[in-house]
Design a protein around this ligand. Structure first.
Ligand SMILES: NC(=O)c1ccc[n+]([C@@H]2O[C@H](COP(=O)([O-])OP(=O)(O)OC[C@H]3O[C@@H](n4cnc5c(N)ncnc54)[C@H](OP(=O)(O)O)[C@@H]3O)[C@@H](O)[C@H]2O)c1
Length: 304
């Protein structure tokens, strides 16, 4: 930790500080189970930034499906990564938004007082600490609450559509499970990429999905997209409720379309069929088979 750093205005500005308080209030979890049974508030040690880290005063934190999986420790095999008998990390929570409270000496891109959002281990606390590259500046037109809801779900959708699917303008993209955490971001990102988006959700979410830009909406309680004659260049499957062969029938045949038709399936856990797996955890998106607690596996289950 260092005391000051030169700025463009020539003034010394503190870049890190030793906070007066060494304790903070946090939600802690010592065993796996249901939220009411295992979560409780407690005063614990405030995190201290290391050289490349940022300490954030938490204004908002959100809950996504991965937090629920970590809370319950289910499915069991995930405990190999998250802690066999009890959670490795006492403070749950991943997606976060807040104000930079302190920075390590190697941090150059963020300064005290910056409003940021991103991800960490232990978001459900007054303060959270993580590597500086886990945070980006919060756009002024987003509230802390809105920014805290972006994190893992949005980055998963972005990685799948942009990096894995390489979605191009004019492509037909289907999002199965479009009304969920990943799906709502996926619909909007695919539209921003210029795709023609078909979204699959339940009756109660049809209007909401239309409102965020889907060109076509399929209500899965009335229609099965795998039985339709429509074909898609890319399917982002957040549900996995159809066999791969059934899903394959909904893809453009190889060669009939210049882009490669592909289905991506997001699943919490490894691919049971042994397909190549790639971690979509924002902290190590380039690493295969990441075993970090907040990681999800994103499987490229089939491509043609
Ligand atoms: N969220 C993340 O950050 C993240 C990251 C990596 C991987 N994953 C994985 O990605 C998957 C989806 O995550 P999520 O956060 O989007 O989950 P979620 O918020 O629970 O959303 C799941 C969606 O699936 C829809 N659904 C349920 N049954 C369906 C059916 N038969 N046909 C079509 N849609 C159906 C639901 O729509 P209705 O409400 O309209 O029924 C719901 O909105 C999970 O397997 C998760 O483990 C999530």
């Amino acid at each position: 930790m260092i005391d000051s750093k030169p700025t463009t205005d020539g003034q010394a500005r503190p870049t890190a500080q030793t906070p007066a308080a060494t304790q903070m209030r946090a939600i802690v979890q010592d065993i796996y189970g249901e939220p009411d049974a295992v979560l409780r508030p407690q005063d614990i040690a405030k995190p201290v930034v290391k050289d490349g880290e940022v300490l954030v005063r938490v204004h908002a934190a959100s809950v996504h499906v991965g937090d629920v999986i970590l809370l319950r420790g289910l499915p069991y095999f995930l405990r190999m990564a998250t802690g066999l008998r009890k959670p490795k990390h006492r403070v749950p929570g991943t997606d976060v938004a807040g104000t930079v409270e302190a920075v390590g000496k190697d941090v150059t891109q963020l300064r005290l007082g910056d409003e940021v959002f991103g991800w960490c281990v232990g978001a459900f606390a007054e303060y959270a600490c993580a590597g500086a590259d886990h945070f980006v500046p919060k756009p002024a037109n987003l509230t802390f609450e809105q920014a805290a809801a972006v994190g893992v779900s949005a980055s998963t959708a972005l990685q799948l559509l942009r990096d894995q699917g390489k979605v191009q303008p004019g492509q037909k993209v289907l999002i199965n499970g479009a009304s969920g955490g990943v799906g709502t971001f996926a619909v909007q990102i695919a539209k921003a990429f210029g795709a023609e988006v078909t979204a699959v959700c339940s009756t109660r979410n049809v209007d909401m999905i239309r409102s965020i830009g889907a060109d076509h909406v399929i209500d899965y309680t009335k229609e099965d997209f795998t039985q339709s004659k429509e074909r898609y260049d890319f399917i982002l499957d957040n549900v996995g409720n159809h066999s791969l062969s059934a899903t394959r029938h909904a893809l453009t045949p190889p060669g009939s379309c210049s882009p490669t038709a592909v289905v991506m399936r997001t699943v919490a856990g490894s691919a049971p069929w042994g397909a190549s797996s790639r971690c979509s955890c924002p902290r190590c998106s380039r690493v295969s088979n990441c075993a970090r607690p907040s990681s999800f596996r994103t499987e490229r289950t089939w491509s043609s």
